[in-house]
Design a protein around this ligand. Sequence first.
Ligand SMILES: Cc1cc2nc3c(=O)[nH]c(=O)nc-3n(C[C@H](O)[C@H](O)[C@H](O)COP(=O)(O)O)c2cc1C
Length: 494
Amino acid sequence: MIYHDLRSFLADVEKWGELKQIEGANWDLEMSTIAELAYREGKRPVPALLFDKIQGYPQGYRALFGEISSLKRLSAALNLPLPDNNPDPMALVRAWVCKLREIKPIPPRFVSSGAVMENSFSGSKIDVTKFPNPRCHEMDGGRYIGTCHAVIQEDPDTGWVNLGTYRCMTIDQNRIALHVLEGRHGRIIADEKYFSQGKVMPVAIAIGLDPTLWFTSQSTVVPWGVSEYDYAGGIKGEPLQVIKGPHTGLPLPANAEIVIEGECHPGEYADEGPFGEWHGYYANLGLTPVPEPVIRVKNVFHRNDPILTSGSPAVPPGINSLLSAISRSAAIWGGLDKHGIPGINGVWCPEEGGALLTAIISIKQMYAGHSTDVGLLAMQLGGITGRQYILVDDDIDPSNLNRVMWAFATRADPERSIQIIRRCGSTSSDPITPEEDKRKAKLTPKPLLASRVLIDCCRPYEHKAQWYPIARASSELSAELHQKWASLFKELGA
Ligand SMILES: Cc1cc2nc3c(=O)[nH]c(=O)nc-3n(C[C@H](O)[C@H](O)[C@H](O)COP(=O)(O)O)c2cc1C
């Protein structure tokens, strides 16, 4: 099923029993904490949480948490077959890796109007606090209108349009602070193509996207120079509909819930944060706010009864960690495939660690040095946040942390198995870098660096054939006893 907007997707999510409507919560900490606790401690699949009658807001001004935060919702967003009742994250990663090979970008189609134009405000009528912007965590420095959205920018030299999920803090009715990390496409466009040349940057924020476009906006697989609009069109197999923004000229998703148009002026900054992040820390600069570019809002468009989509990152697993795990695992696996590396059995980036720091790669070893080759290449594919790369043999399911721990404990030899790569890239949100170094970096452009580690938990290639026999029931014996002692095993849940 192809979804053209968030609402048609939510109608299906409700049919699947994965939508929970909640009335009467407060935008200040309550909505986000309910979402945080549900996603970290609740039974899976955790439903998408749709808040209405939010305190201080008219009925209909809604907030949604966890749009695609289950395997079924995520499969639908990726236009893949829906999983059965026993969904398996590795099956979804595998299916997504296969689909990635076939995606042919389809540019969006311009239309003259769309549902997002049902309400339009400019000048003194602008007020972005008319939507229930949540304050997410107790030590946060403000309310966030953008935590589950897309920021739209254009490369003025080529006309390429980039979409990225970069958080947006509401400063007041018509100003928003934009936090884009080092190395992101949106940061390079802002710094290199506008600010360094003294140019004003047109920018738009689209909130309440159809699930495919939202997934694509936060995905690292879309290369520099390719628009996420085209990529999302490729996933759907048909063009998205966009409207030419009256102020910015940028293409705006015609059926989004909310779109904000504005501009950033070079040298204009405002304090952003602190904000609790996906790895579970206030790691940008501790509890000190950081100056970030200001978006001067020029137009606000929204549908009737708008839905503000939100995320509330916190100690993982959390609201976006499944999405990040699937997305990053497939990016690494797909990249290894593209380089023609043989023997990849699976890749999993565990949600428990926030998904973007640690990658576990299962391989069928085929030659001496194979595991090192895979680990070193994976380090290039795991993004600037990647830190630990764990290699396991193909008898280990990388998404089963019990098995991974067994391989680590029994097959990793500290002297042979650990290789540290120093002076790799890092970002200002990395909790491993001391706050003091980040302060210096802001003052003196000292680059931020961090190390990466390859932990080889595979049986050494040269001794693999002589490795000790494994002490566990064979699959034949297990099957036989399961049949013979069916009710006992049912009772034991084994
Ligand atoms: C919920 C969520 C929030 C994110 N917030 C930020 C952010 O505030 N700043 C940032 O630079 N990246 C953030 N990211 C990561 C980027 O969206 C991601 O790296 C994306 O690929 C960037 O697009 P780009 O490759 O076009 O730069 C976030 C990702 C998710 C899933």
